[in-house]
Design a protein around this ligand. Sequence first.
Ligand SMILES: [Zn+2]
Length: 315
Amino acid sequence: MTAPGRLAIGLDIGGTKIAGAVVDDLGTVVDELVEPTPEESDAESVTAVLLSLIERFRARHDVVTIGVGAAGIVEWPVGRMLWAPNNAYRDWPVREQLEKVTNLPVRVDNDANVAALAEARLGEPYPNMVLVTVGTGIGGGLVLDGQIYRGPTGLGAELGHIILNPDGPVCGCGNHGCFEAYASGTALNRMGREAAADEPDGLIARLGREQGEVTGHTVVRAVELGDEVASALFARLGRWLGVGIASLANIFEVDAVVVGGGLVETGELLLAPARIAAKEFAYAPSARGVAPIVPATFGGDAGKIGAALLALEYI
Ligand SMILES: [Zn+2]
């Protein structure tokens, strides 16, 4: 167990913003700063923002370590960012660079991994947990026996790309029928566009014309206005989410499945059908039970808090 009172800087590099916090051993945020992700989003420009945040935090707090969660594929434990879908940085030795400049120990991991760590450790602790984040894509993290599961070099646990149907829609990764292609914000956009094309006089199509295009937001709005077609799309999306969750829960026997990401703001609209499907596709539920599906506690703050907690583990 960690000693209380030590402080770490947690930094979360996303596609649009870089969120920072000073966090103690108990996960309490004692200070926060946020900066937009620089437009170039390459290693040099992002490093400059990270160092500026670190300098400002260190002027105000006595921190012992730094944790970074970053969108992209991060090699563990060396902390090298290999590639990211939405940022330009490539082959970037984040850990080495930051340690050299700050003289502090640094840990770097994937943003979803550190978010999973925060959700697993804090609040109601779940020693064995899957975090599924439903946003533009599907990300996630796996915490087993209280530790992030990464595979041998940190590249494991790509939960959004389990294949639900090899003949399914094409995924952002180039494969077909991934979990992400069926149950993400991108999937909802596609389903909304298809529904609008099928029914040009339907509410989704009409709202789309008013807004200039049909997106997932159009579908959410149509649900709020009582449109049955839109409600059915959400039921389908939620069902696919539940199918993916059931597959994960069948493999790992987890204490809980935590669902985070932007689409969770739609609440029961998504989670109710997901729970039904997760139960329907659970393996031997009478013997194994069905893991509860709960919304994430920390939302957008999970990344920076988890990054700090991860760094404190190694002090
Ligand atoms: Zn995929």
